[in-house]
Design a protein around this ligand. Structure first.
Ligand code: SAH
Ligand code: SF4
Ligand code: F3S
Length: 436
């Protein structure tokens, strides 16, 4: 195999897993190509979080059938969460797939490719590598300034709607020493920002020999010379400790931005989701956070139409959005996922109700986000200039709160921090002027 093409679906973890697969394949001399038709191997890195993600993958996979007929030597691989979920069943829908492996098998990718080349029958290996979290895996990162760094894998929370614990396995943390070494290496290469990745970063450190919790890890990384900004996701509200709030307040490189998925504003729904916090408990955390870090940018995830969600439950979510005033949200219609506990609940809601509720949530949030952005006008922000603006002509950067700011500045400033005065604000980005 000489060249490969990776198609990625799903979350940041998958995006970063694709960077790792690229790193591993490049290390064995293969070239990444952006043109699928030129590749010797096409890898789908798949997501199963909602039914839609799964449908999207199968329709893309179906489109490759003709390419495979035209190039019989082409190998097609399926990686990621659907690979883990479906295993060899993928072959009954798409017999032309050659290789299937799961998220914890990535460290063995080179070996899998060799084994697959040596045979004509499809190879399915989703057994997972129990030592994966201790492996140093090369990564070819898409960005040159901002890097994703996995600090843990898996999830033990078993929220009743979610497939992730079944597909990514139990929580496993990487050793702090390995993470610090990786971040030092990134700083040496010129990276300025790291985003620490895990399904539930707040419970980082469970089972480690060296006793380090998440705030402790942040402190170690705050000392890495050359890194200017540290972000992380995702935090589970239940594990948001006072120590973490203090770290957000005290560590200068840890950005004032937090993604804290609430999912619902109703205690009945939260309990049925097995989230293990209440609305009041969540709001109390927010209050503490904002007292400690007044300019904290907050974002969240919302699921509407969870089984049994009454109109009143839903209104509680709407009220919560008005009360918290998030900078931004991701909102989803509840989607039935195989093997999850919520499947067995009665009172599944109609698509029509879910659609209407999603619409109301998004409309409300749009207005809130627009207002919050407007309130930024006239303030001075530190931005990390990281490239050209989407429309071109300007440079683009992010505030510490992770808002995009477009600004007139020379390209030589890309990669540096700049102070800007915000002059106007839209829904998805701000415009600014460089301070003298
Ligand atoms: N580990 C993270 C993110 C998990 S997936 C966390 O706990 O926050 C990202 C988001 O997808 C979740 O926060 C949830 O809002 C949404 N999600 C997960 N399963 C879903 C389902 N079955 N239907 C609809 N949305 C879902
Ligand atoms: Fe899924 Fe809940 Fe784990 Fe997040 S915390 S990955 S929503 S089970
Ligand atoms: Fe999707 Fe798997 Fe991420 S299901 S959201 S790719 S953990």
């Amino acid at each position: 195999m000489k060249s490969f093409h990776i198609i990625t679906f799903g979350c940041q973890m998958n995006e970063h897993d694709s960077e790792r697969m690229t790193g591993i394949l490049e290390e064995r001399g293969c070239l990444s190509t952006s043109d699928a038709a030129q590749a010797d191997m096409i890898i789908f890195n798949t997501c199963s979080i909602r039914e839609k993600a799964e449908q999207k993958f199968y329709s893309e996979l179906g489109r490759l059938k003709d390419l495979k007929i035209a190039h019989p030597g082409l190998k097609i691989a399926v990686a990621g969460c659907i690979a883990q979920q479906e295993g060899s069943q993928i072959l009954s829908r798409a017999p032309y797939v050659d290789l299937i492996f799961g998220p914890s098998d990535i460290g063995r990718l080179s070996n899998l490719v060799d084994r697959n080349q040596a045979r004509t029958a499809p190879l399915v290996d989703i057994t997972g590598d129990p030592g994966y979290h201790h492996k140093q895996i090369p990564a070819t990162r898409v960005d040159k300034l901002k890097a994703w760094v996995s600090i843990m894998y898996g999830c033990d929370n078993f929220c009743t709607y979610c497939v992730v614990p079944y597909l990514r396995g139990r929580e496993r943390s990487r050793c702090p020493g390995d993470i610090v070494a990786e971040v030092r290496g990134l700083a040496e290469k010129g990276f300025k920002e790291v985003t620490l990745l895990g399904q539930n970063v707040n419970s980082y450190g469970k089972g480690l020999e060296e006793r380090t919790d998440f705030p402790g890890l942040l402190k170690l990384l705050n000392d890495v010379h050359g890194i200017e900004r540290i972000r992380f996701m995702t935090s589970h509200p239940r594990d948001l400790s006072d120590r973490l709030i203090a770290a957000l307040r005290d560590l200068p490189k840890v950005c004032e931005a937090l993604h804290l998925p609430v999912q619902s504003g109703s205690d009945a729904v939260l309990s049925s989701m097995n989230r293990r916090y209440t609305r009041d408990g969540y709001l109390d955390r927010i209050k503490k956070l904002r007292t400690a870090v007044p300019d904290l940018a907050l974002t969240t995830d919302i699921i509407v139409g969870f089984p049994g969600e009454t109109q009143q439950d839903f209104e509680m979510t709407m009220q919560l959005l008005e009360e918290v005033r998030y900078d931004g949200i991701f909102a989803f219609k509840y989607s039935k996922r195989p093997g999850t506990a919520a499947l067995t609940l009665t009172d599944h809601l109609s698509e029509d109700i879910k659609e209407k509720r999603l619409d109301r949530v998004l409309t409300l949030q749009k207005e809130i986000s627009r207002q919050i952005n407007k309130e930024q006008i006239g303030t001075v922000k530190e931005i990390l200039l990281d490239g050209i603006s989407k429309k071109g002509g300007k440079l683009a950067g992010r505030t510490r709160g992770n808002k995009t700011v477009n600004v007139e500045a020379p390209a030589s400033l890309i990669g540096s921090l700049a102070r800007v005065t915000i002059t106007s604000a839209g829904l998805s980005s701000l415009t600014g002027q460089l301070c003298e």
